[in-house]
Design a protein around this ligand. Sequence first.
Ligand SMILES: Nc1ncnc2c1ncn2[C@@H]1O[C@H](COP(=O)(O)OP(=O)(O)O)[C@@H](O)[C@H]1O
Ligand SMILES: [Mg+2]
Length: 237
Amino acid sequence: MPLIEVTDLRKRYGNRVAVDGVSFSVERGEIFGILGTNGAGKTTTVECIEGLRQADAGELSVLGLNPATDRAALTRRVGVQLQESRLPAKLRVREALELFASFYPDPADVDLLLERLDLRDHARSYFGKLSGGQKQRVSIALALVGNPELAILDELTTGLDPHARRDTWKLVEAVRDAGVTVLLVTHFMDEAERLCDRVAIFDAGRVVATGTPAELRATAGESTLDDAFVSLTRSAR
Ligand SMILES: Nc1ncnc2c1ncn2[C@@H]1O[C@H](COP(=O)(O)OP(=O)(O)O)[C@@H](O)[C@H]1O
Ligand SMILES: [Mg+2]
């Protein structure tokens, strides 16, 4: 059974259709990418998967649970990357991790996590005083502190410099290698090519293609995922 199964998901905000019949599935142990331009419906879809939003229609199964009705059970097993604006500036890094660890039945070792995310020297720093890359690492650490089976990372490296992006990619690979399934939302093709085992390309609330990066390049007859993305999303218009 897939770890995530999304079938004909639909969601509108008033008259605006954000998600228009999306289907895809994610297997245990893979890094699955959701690719798409701004407004394609990526965040709405993952918020339905997280149980943060209620879909209008469609079927959702996440770890065998229904996010709409089993949200509490799911929250203990799924790690979600917080948008940085949601953390108080006056919280210290270690305090934030310990606070979040206290929410979970079997949390990760906070010291080990600080070490792995290269945050040991900042354990006593206020969140608000960190650089963009450091904040991003904290938000990833918070997604992992509950020892999740599934980590959902939305706009993982947006705003990071090239070095910090590469460090973050290595980290996500290490997380996957440790057995965590990763659902990654991105609009960067190089990130998807480097990290994702499979991707779904979203365009205007629909999935226009699913496959490995190599399959999508072949389908589109293009040599880069970037060109494949442009050609697949254009032909879908
Ligand atoms: N809370 C909301 N209220 C109204 N419209 C929204 C809301 N959230 C998203 N939208 C709209 O839904 C569409 C999809 O948004 P979103 O899921 O955030 O896309 P993405 O993450 O791919 O950029 C966009 O047109 C966006 O403006
Ligand atoms: Mg988004």
